[in-house]
Write a protein that binds this ligand. Structure first.
Ligand SMILES: CC(=O)SCCNC(=O)CCNC(=O)[C@H](O)C(C)(C)COP(=O)(O)OP(=O)(O)OC[C@H]1O[C@@H](n2cnc3c(N)ncnc32)[C@H](O)[C@@H]1OP(=O)(O)O
Ligand SMILES: O=C([O-])CC(=O)C(=O)O
Length: 377
């Protein structure tokens, strides 16, 4: 038996379900949400429209978008105990604080216990509005500032920057954040969405799935990579050091952060928009060196890229955040803010045609043996 069972470590290349939300063509380096190219969405759509598209399956009409947007804006409310919980763990990593706060919301808001499609949509919209509030409130509280009240006149992205910094962003800055959220909104059966589906498959509530997803996104092999890319860029310091840095990493068989992907064998299509964002923003702010360091790393990685090792979505995003003065440990929470609609729809899809997700591990431990009482060991 042991010899004949095929083990798929990491479930590489395994389709565990059908899903009509996003399509990733790893060989071609293409991504679409509900049939719409990520390039069209990133250049023409807004986060609110994309969130609607992901959750309801179609691009909204103007009236549907206005209604959805109003629901999102009305949901910008956190119960007071959440601020107390954030204050109590303010010195923790923002992902730990976010996870704890979302978990607390499940206990504080009675409607969070409801399951079923309507409840998941309602709770998903509320959480999508609350997650940026939690991240911004934490950053304010840990810096001895009062949380900034949401502004009902601002879009999701602009309101996030307003709550974080206490200043209204200009249109270009708000649009860059909007595009960043669109690019991060959904990505099929990535580790955090898969983990959320496993949780939902036990018939629990949406908040449980989102808590799982936040935990899973945090690691450096997934969303945590953006923070590590920025640490790498600081360590490299100037473009001429990039080749030696990459050589040393490869000699030690260590990963260069922001490179590699389980599915893409060509460049991650999302990276194009973020690269352009870094280049433009660097020029505008008189700090072109960050873009130059990143491009020097890309150049240095070329000899290793022949098996499809290319930049992923996490490679360029950190520098954009840094140029906006956002602390490094907020990079993963920003990913989580963008990913909310993707997590919500993955949980809805799992619930819609549920089956308990419970794969097997092949036992390769000791043969059956006699129990030895503790006094005789
Ligand atoms: C939003 C996201 O989650 S995107 C991913 C973000 N994560 C990162 O950027 C962290 C760095 N990258 C990685 O650790 C990996 O590429 C992962 C975890 C993303 C994907 O891992 P896997 O699909 O398991 O690929 P695997 O690790 O088997 O890599 C295949 C080959 O590419 C190499 N490789 C993969 N990623 C990298 C990297 N970042 N730097 C250098 N080499 C790499 C591996 O060493 C391996 O080479 P080998 O066949 O000679 O042993
Ligand atoms: O799909 C993956 O494995 C990781 C990823 O790029 C994402 O979640 O955006």
């Amino acid at each position: 038996m042991t010899d004949t069972v095929k083990i798929n470590r990491g479930l590489k290349g395994i389709h565990f379900e059908r899903c009509g939300v996003s399509d990733i063509d790893g060989a071609r380096g293409e991504l679409s949400y509900r049939g719409y190219s990520i390039h069209d969405l990133a250049t023409q759509s807004t986060f609110e429209e994309v969130a609607y598209l992901l959750i309801f399956g179609e691009l909204p009409t103007a009236a549907q978008l206005a209604d959805f947007d109003a629901r999102l804006r009305a949901a910008r409310v956190l119960p007071q105990p959440i601020y107390d919980i954030i204050a109590a763990c303010k010195d923790g990593h923002p992902m730990d604080v976010l996870r704890t706060a979302v978990s607390a919301l499940a206990a504080l808001e009675p409607q969070a216990q409801q399951t079923g499609e309507e409840a998941f949509i309602e709770n998903g919209i509320r959480l999508t509005a609350q997650v940026p509030m939690i991240v911004a409130a934490h950053d304010n509280i840990r810096n001895d500032r009062a949380p900034v009240a949401p502004d009902p006149d601002l879009s999701h992205a602009a309101n996030w920057l307003w709550m974080l910094k206490g200043e209204k962003p200009d249109a270009e800055t708000a649009r860059l954040a909007d595009v960043d959220f669109i690019l991060h909104a959904e990505h099929g059966s990535n580790a955090s969405s898969f983990a959320a589906r496993v949780t939902i498959s036990t018939e629990t509530n949406l908040h449980g799935g989102i808590v799982t997803a936040i935990s899973t996104l945090a690691g450096p092999a997934h969303g945590g990579a953006a923070e590590d890319v920025m640490k790498m860029v600081h360590e490299i310091g100037k473009p001429e050091n990039a080749a030696a840095y990459v050589k040393a990493k490869r000699a030690n068989r260590e990963a260069v952060m922001g490179f590699g992907h389980r599915v893409y064998r060509k460049e991650d299509p999302r990276a194009r928009h973020l690269r352009e964002g870094v280049r433009r923003l660097g020029e505008k702010m008189g700090a072109p060196e960050w873009y130059e360091i990143l491009q020097a790393v890309v150049e240095a990685m070329k000899p290793y890229s022949r098996h499809g090792l290319n930049v992923n979505v996490d490679f360029y995003s950190g520098v954009i955040y840094q140029l906006h003065g956002i602390p490094m440990d907020l990079y993963v929470p920003i990913f989580a803010i963008g990913r909310m609609p993707g997590w919500v729809i993955q949980c809805i899809e799992q619930q819609r045609s549920n089956i308990l997700i419970r794969p097997l591990t092949l036992y390769d431990g000791p043969e059956p043996r006699a129990y030895v009482p503790i006094g005789d060991r």
